[in-house]
Design a protein around this ligand. Structure first.
Ligand code: FAD
Ligand code: SIN
Length: 532
């Protein structure tokens, strides 16, 4: 199969890019690939909303820029921050024109929410299901366009580069080029090649590397692992953001339900098992401090008290307003026997967002020619060592727009590569038993959660590395002799991503933002005698 533009992923990043290309280039073909259904994305689960300066009477670009830089703890690229904050407003207006609806007050003005690290209320939202609304609007817009085809259940295995033409490709090879991808088409059960002129990687995050995560099961870091195998540049993988408040349900692992930070923005208070509103001991911004600080404080409280969760107290809040803003959370809590007007919500931190990823420039270009990356799989320099809440959807739209501009300029210079060989499956047989995959996955998630979580140290990282080596060796051996399946490929990708997280964490000889190593303690964010 051949396509002018190939888009890997149907979340906000992929759909925004595809729509723009389709409108600008009606004579070109655009193919979107997605590994399950088209709406099963991290995007669909976004709750709090999208940050943007919409009310210039209170807010300003300068304030949003400053908040992003403070949250990023000294590692943001200031030029990129300025680009995202300033261009973001036009992108928000665009998605509104495409049909996304954000909540308004009775006067017709947008209701702007507040989240941790924001000095002003600037979060546009659609109740507590903002991502679902944005995904709906984008998918509906895409369906109206003739030159876009979406192929669901089509698992991308690898990027095709000179390596597949028989050349030796290393990290120092200049001009590595992407010619398309090999996919396992689950509709046909066959491995196919899709040749493209330009490819956009919009494959999302990697939360599934951890035992408990707010991310759905698709978030296995496939894009980052593919680029790493193709010898492209990856950066900042140590900065994994743990969301402070995932709903704690005894025995529930894997995909945890999120309780958006906007609940704290509306006044909810974190309490420990003694009922103490403990955040005042950790940061003067209390419950609305940036996420890294709140998640670490919760982790510390849970360790001191020997508990698996703490509480989010909403009992003092106006119930009608709560139900209006957070109907989904209200219902979810009720379904597990928690009435937010009488009971506190049990919550615990969970892996949420990958700040690092495939390194891109200000136009979304990766180190591999004709390969762009946007959205959560990319590392643009916006987030530094800790992402400011609700900046992710904004970043995805800004860089998908910029990648679109750069792609349109480039497309006429590129021709299809006609010499791509078929996938080589020689010597592989159907797997005998799935236990070899499922057990390794359990081990991987456990070791990442216990050794490479919110708080790390050198010994834990060393142990994680040694165990990952073994998992890598066993899984590669299995991969060489087995007919590929999504489960096996995801395990292999997650081991690669875990390795990149651990390696990057070992290389960073300091504690900064989301990366906290007790062997390199820092002197800030410690109030009274609580040691983080
Ligand atoms: P995704 O939306 O995750 O899409 C990834 C796509 O890639 C999917 O279509 C998937 O099928 C496809 N894919 C992946 N691997 C393969 C493969 N091997 N083959 C084929 N297809 C593949 N951010 C905010 O700014 N505000 C919020 O309020 C907010 N709330 C959040 C709440 C939750 C619970 C979560 C999980 C995240 C939240 N985030 C929020 C973060 C934000 O939602 C994500 O970072 C963003 O949606 C990522 O979009 P994306 O397009 O990059 O990837
Ligand atoms: C949330 O709603 O708390 C998540 C927001 C985000 O991840 O940016």
């Amino acid at each position: 199969m051949k396509t002018d533009f190939l888009v890997i992923g149907s979340g906000i990043a992929g759909l925004t890019y595809a729509l723009k290309i389709a409108n600008a280039c009606p004579d070109k073909t655009i193919t979107i690939l997605t590994k399950t259904q088209s709406d099963e994305t991290n995007t669909k689960y976004a709750q709090g909303g999208i940050a943007g300066v919409m009310d210039f009477s209170q807010d300003s670009f300068t304030k949003h820029i400053k908040d992003t830089l403070i949250a990023g703890d000294g590692l943001c690229d200031e030029q990129i921050v300025e680009i995202v904050v300033k261009e973001g407003v036009d992108r928000i207006n665009e998605i509104i024109q495409w049909g996304a609806r954000f909540d308004k007050d009775s006067g017709g003005d947008y209701k702007l929410g507040k989240e941790g690290g924001h000095s002003e209320s600037r979060i546009l939202h659609h109740k507590d299901v903002t991502g679902k609304e944005m995904e709906r609007a984008l998918l509906e817009a895409v369906q109206k366009v003739k030159n876009i085809s979406i192929i669901n259940h089509c698992f991308v295995l690898d990027l095709i580069t000179q390596h597949h033409l028989g050349y030796l490709v290393t990290k120092s090879t200049p001009d590595i080029e992407c010619y398309g991808v090999y996919v396992l088409n689950l509709n046909t059960g066959k491995i196919e090649k899709i040749v493209s002129k330009i490819t956009l990687l919009a494959s999302g995050g990697n939360g599934q590397v951890y035992r408990t995560t707010t991310n759905p099961s698709i978030a296995t870091g496939d894009g980052v692992a593919m680029v790493y195998r193709a010898k492209g540049r990856i950066e900042n993988m140590e900065f994994i953001q743990f969301h402070p408040t995932a709903l704690y349900e005894a025995g529930v692992r894997g995909h945890s339900f999120l309780v958006t930070e906007a609940v704290r923005g509306d006044g909810a208070i974190l309490r420990n098992h003694q009922g103490e509103a403990f955040m005042a001991r950790y940061d003067e911004r209390k419950d609305l401090a940036p996420r890294d600080i709140v998640a670490r404080a919760i982790d510390n409280e849970m360790k001191i008290n020997g508990t698996e969760f703490i509480y989010l107290d909403c009992r003092h809040m106006d119930l009608n307003k709560f139900r209006e803003h957070f109907p989904n959370i209200y219902q979810k809590c009720l379904s597990i026997g928690v009435d937010v007007s009488k009971d506190m919500i049990p919550v615990a931190p969970a892996a949420h967002y990958s700040c690092g990823g495939v390194k891109t420039d200000e136009w979304g270009k990766t180190s591999i020619r004709n390969l762009f990356a946007t959205g959560e799989c990319a590392s643009t320099g916006l987030h530094g060592s800790n992402r400011l809440a609700s900046n992710s959807l904004l970043e995805a739209m800004v860089f998908s727009h910029r990648s679109f501009l750069a792609s349109v300029k480039l497309i006429e210079e590129i021709t299809f590569n006609e010499n791509i060989p078929d996938w080589n499956a020689a010597g592989t047989t159907a797997p005998n038993e799935m236990i070899l995959i499922t057990q390794s996955l359990k081990e991987l998630k456990l070791l990442m959660s216990d050794y490479v979580g919110i708080v790390r140290n050198n010994e834990r990282l060393k142990r994680a590395n040694r165990r990952l080596d073994l998992l890598h060796e066993e899984t590669e051996a299995l991969y060489q002799k087995t007919v590929v399946s999504p489960q096996l490929c995801e395990l292999r990708n997650m081991i690669t991503v875990a390795y990149l997280i651990v390696k990057s964490a070992e290389l960073r000889k300091e504690s900064r933002g989301l990366h906290y190593n007790t062997d390199f303690p820092r002197k800030v964010n410690i109030i009274q005698n609580t040691i983080l």
